[in-house]
Design a protein around this ligand. Sequence first.
Ligand code: CAA
Length: 266
Amino acid sequence: PSTHESAPDVRVERDGGLAIVTIDRPKALNALSPDVLSALLGVVESLAAEGSAVRGVLVTGAGGRAFVAGADIRSMAGLTPEQGEEASRLGHRVAAAIEGLSAPVIACVDGFALGGGLELALACDFIYATDASSFGQPEVHLGLIPGFGGTVRLPRAVGLARAKELIYTGRRIDTAEAVAIGLVVRSFPDRESLLAGARATLAEVDANAAPAVALAKRVLVDAAGRRTESATDLEIAAFGDAFRTNDMREGVAAFMEKRDPVFTGV
Ligand code: CAA
């Protein structure tokens, strides 16, 4: 295996046709700042440019506590509605680039997969996780809504009613519940067995006809996403609208000041 620093905060390790992409910003629980998202987009685009040389991809987080704890809240604090839309659009570009890879992509979650982190995992083909992980879309706690595809992909993964419950409450669920509702496909006792399990699955896939797998992926992604573009446009606009509210400013400020938010409903 060879490792090289591709871009700040995102590492790619190659082992033949396997690429292991690691979000490496542990001090902020791997939160997705615009820089991290741009780096991730660059990494995914360069994997795409390699074509069939890339046979499988694992996406994971560094530091032992989080996959990704969300979009970077600090970088969103002062955005205008238009900048909010831009922030959302960048996350959507990353998700679309991952879905556009012809090789299968497994999200390997060990720790928090929250907000934009869960949305990143949902853009992968499926999610494997350690038993000690947790999942949620806590954006409403901040006066925000999911902005990297959660309103579109979460209901596809778990059904509309469960997605509504998760998004309206912002509640965190553990791996056992995530497996029970079909959000996580397989669980593992620890990080080592998680990565080994994901590699074993990719090896099993790699024994099959690569063009067939790529074609199947294309149809599975596009069929599920037939109305993705119009659906994500709705999400982008609504995410920008959240930045018009006082509650969003209060929610984000409260997080940064480590206090409970006082929401007023406007
Ligand atoms: N953005 C920026 N910084 C974050 C972050 C985020 N999403 N999540 C965690 N951090 C930072 C914390 O601010 C803290 O930094 P400092 O040490 O500099 O204060 C550091 O990571 C460690 O976090 P905590 O001290 O909070 O750790 P904890 O163990 O007490 O709590 C946690 C862990 C429950 C995951 C908590 O960090 C948390 O609630 N994080 C925010 C989760 C969240 O709301 N995610 C959604 C973001 S909005 C979004 O994603 C929008 C979208 O859809 C596009």
